[in-house]
Design a protein around this ligand. Structure first.
Ligand code: COA
Length: 389
């Protein structure tokens, strides 16, 4: 199991803190470049790259889904944290493209991992979903109700895009990122969060679904959006995003008692490079303090922050005791920021012990068997009841 380096002051040491101890990501096999996109949509690589900073995105094929990507990212995060799925108390999947309305994608991941002692639910807050979910999990850890949580952002945006609408279909991609959060007495981890929403902007960005007031027989809503297809007022969303990124980061710094200049790295939702550059200017921070990988993944909605976090760690841009700001923004309108003081697990622990790795693999195999046998038992019981009647 992951351990923490570094001490802390004695007063804080008796408190519970929520630390990120594991991380992982997964994207589909196939990438779709701007050039390829421009063969079936009226657009160009030059236009897309100049306006958004995007060059390509990953698109799920038939065998891939929100849950399969979430599962892969989760397995990696458990590996880094070196804990067993059975140690998890909670699984939250932030997504706007769930596998089903219900059961939750989190429940599927729970079953596939054999995390049989974990509660599981999906959280809907669009591109801010991962920060919302991390905040919920961190608060549960700090309140003492759970010890460890798996928090995932996972999306298959390609399935809700209108591929005829060049103003939206060029922006999004598929993927998943996951972190394991764990209780610790070591000060740090999640320091503060700011969660906000402005539902008056619900007509600017969204995906109408089955319960929609506008879902009539023609399957179109009053603002022209189609059922299960994304609509967006691009320029208004752009202005909203640049405003709330800087505001919410300032608020979360104030709540944590640090200055904006003390931030070592901002890991923002990856919507558009120009949004991130404008937000950095507003905050008076160097653009290199903003992690960006939108060029390779496009906007993966709730998955973008954990994917960018994984890459920042891999590139050694996250160090022990660093102040990391996460910020999400999007449909709702909703936005959220969080400040983390990083506590990196000891390097020797980062790859997990061979023994635990084998135990995890056994548990994944057991998960399949357990799930099948439960279904089979239910079927047999049903037959027995029918025969008795
Ligand atoms: N390729 C080529 N031309 C395109 C195009 C595309 N993919 N999409 C739109 N255009 C055209 C428009 O039709 C318009 O043409 P016109 O001037 O002849 O009418 C022109 O480009 C400008 O369109 P506009 O929508 O004003 O462009 P923009 O500079 O605002 O950029 C976005 C559009 C979508 C890239 C930009 O508004 C944006 O990034 N917004 C934020 C979106 C976002 O991040 N949403 C998710 C938040 S979580």
């Amino acid at each position: 199991m992951a351990t923490f380096s570094g001490g802390g002051d004695k007063n804080e040491a008796t408190e519970r803190h929520a630390h990120v101890v594991g991380w992982g990501m997964a994207v589909p096999e196939s990438a779709l470049t701007n050039e390829e996109l421009s063969t079936f949509v009226e657009t160009s690589d030059e236009w897309i790259f100049a306006r958004t900073g995007i060059r390509q995105r990953y698109i799920a094929d038939e065998g891939e889904s929100t849950a399969t990507l979430a599962y892969k990212a989760a397995q990696q995060a458990l590996e880094v944290a070196d804990i067993l799925p059975t140690d998890l108390d909670l699984i939250v999947v932030a997504t706007s493209t769930p596998e089903n309305i219900f059961p939750s994608t989190a429940s599927l991941v729970q079953d596939w991992l054999n995390a049989h002692d974990a509660g599981a639910f999906d959280l809907s807050a669009a591109c801010s979903g991962f920060v919302y979910a991390l905040n919920m999990a961190a608060d549960s850890i700090r309140a003492g109700s759970i010890q460890s949580a798996l928090v995932i952002g996972a999306e298959t945006m390609s399935r809700i895009l209108d591929w005829q609408d060049r103003s939206t279909c060029i922006l999004f991609g598929d993927g998943a990122g996951a972190v394991v959060l764990q209780a610790s007495e070591v000060p740090g981890g999640v320091l503060s969060s700011v969660l906000r929403s402005d539902g008056a902007g619900s007509d600017l960005l969204g995906i109408p679904s089955v319960g929609s007031i506008d879902a009539d027989d023609s399957r179109a809503s009053s603002n022209g959006a189609k059922l299960y297809k994304m609509y967006m007022a691009g320029s208004e969303v752009f202005r909203f995003a640049t405003r709330v990124i800087s505001e919410s980061i300032e608020q979360t710094c104030t709540a944590a008692g640090i200055q904006v200049n003390d931030i070592d790295l901002v890991i923002p939702h990856q919507a558009n490079l120009r949004i991130l550059q404008a937000a950095a200017r507003k905050l008076g921070l160097d653009a290199d303090k903003f992690m960006s990988n939108v060029e390779r993944y496009g906007n993966t909605s709730a998955a973008s922050i954990p994917i960018a976090l994984c890459e920042a760690i891999e590139q050694k841009r996250v160090q022990d005791k660093d102040h990391i700001a996460l910020v999400g923004f999007g449909g709702g309108l909703a936005w959220a920021a969080m400040l983390i003081r990083w506590g990196v697990p000891e390097p020797s622990e980062q790859h997990g012990s061979m023994f635990n790795r084998q135990r995890r693999h056994v548990q994944y195999r057991i998960a399949k068997w357990r799930s099948r046998s439960r279904r089979w038992r239910r079927r047999v019981n049903r037959k027995v009841r029918e025969i008795r009647v």
